[in-house]
Every structure is written in structure tokens, then in C-alpha cells.
Ligand binder design. Structure first.
Ligand code: NI
Length: 174
């Protein structure tokens, strides 16, 4: 089995910090991307940002393929992602997070975004996303800015979720 990162669970300062841009996608960054992807698959999840594995560089991975239904893996690697367009139209979807296990809540975000980034080979790339992919990429970019989906909720709801996570930790369930 390949070595995986440990996924950091809230509360942890690294989840609240801003990740720094990388200079270029070199072999070390590619290795990090590969290892993040394996960690995400193993969890399993559909997105993972560097902060969640304790690294503060602007790297994220996603894969929305339904592998259980026989779909081929479709990994997306991003370094230095930047939202260059967001629609006025909004979308509400239930989100979860590997750093906030087993907790879900509706989050409202721009329905469509366009993201500029460096791909696995360090080339300039762009992605236009809607639906789940749009929520996912915005959620992961939020991580790189030290923002969690629960930050969009009322403090009442947020604290309820944090208490539940605390309880699961104490019970050694997560
Ligand atoms: Ni997350």
C-alpha cells in the first residue's frame, strides 16, 4: 500500500490558515498531488486541499467520477487556482468535508465558476464548472484560504456540528 497523508480534522489551526502560491509544478509538487489523490480516494472523498494534509501550499485535487458504478477515474489536479468568473445565479447544495467527518449542510455558492490554474504538468489551464463540480472546486479553494463550509452557517449550526465532531473524536469513531 502506498503511503498516505493523515487528514486533519477540525479544529486545527492549519485549516484556518491561508496557503501560499507555489512557484512551479515540479516533481515534489507532483508527488504531493499523487499522494493527495490516493489519500482522497482512500477516505473516500471527491476533493482534498493541501491544508487538509497539513501543507500550506495552493494545491488541490478532485475526482467526481462514480468509480463504484464503473466510471473511470477522472482526477483533476490544480495548483494556484484562481476564480476568474462567477455567475450571479446561485446554487444551494449539501456539502460535507473530510476534515469535518459525517457532517453535512446546505451551502449557497455561485452556480457557475471559471477557474484558472496550473495543471499536473505545470501548464496554464481553465475549468468552467457547474453543479457538484462547481461546489467542489469552490469548497477546495476555500480551504486554501482557510475557510470551511461551516463558516457559511449560522454560529448556532456551526457550533452544533463542531460539538458533534468533538463527540465522535472522543468516542474514537473518527
Ligand atoms: Ni473540505
Amino acid at each position: 500500500m502506498s503511503d498516505l497523508y493523515d487528514i486533519i480534522i477540525t479544529p486545527d489551526p492549519v485549516l484556518k490558515q491561508e496557503a501560499q502560491p507555489i512557484n512551479k509544478v515540479d516533481a515534489a509538487v507532483q508527488k504531493q498531488m499523487d499522494k493527495m489523490l490516493e489519500t482522497m480516494y482512500e477516505a473516500p472523498g471527491i476533493g482534498l486541499a493541501a491544508n487538509q494534509v497539513g501543507l500550506l501550499n495552493r494545491v488541490l485535487v478532485m475526482d467526481l467520477a462514480h468509480k463504484d458504478d464503473g466510471e473511470k477515474p477522472n482526477p483533476i489536479f490544480m495548483a494556484n487556482p484562481q476564480i476568474i468568473y462567477e455567475s450571479e445565479e446561485m446554487s444551494v447544495m449539501q456539502e460535507g468535508c473530510l476534515s469535518i467527518p459525517r457532517q453535512y449542510a446546505d451551502v449557497e455558492r455561485p452556480a457557475i465558476v471559471r477557474v484558472k490554474y496550473l495543471d499536473y504538468n505545470g501548464k496554464d489551464a481553465e475549468l468552467e464548472a457547474e453543479g457538484l463540480l462547481s461546489h467542489c472546486v469552490q469548497h477546495e479553494i476555500d480551504h486554501l484560504n482557510g475557510v470551511l463550509f461551516i463558516d457559511y452557517l449560522s454560529s448556532l449550526k456551526r457550533n452544533m456540528i463542531l460539538r458533534k465532531v468533538e463527540k465522535l473524536k472522543k468516542q474514537n469513531i473518527i
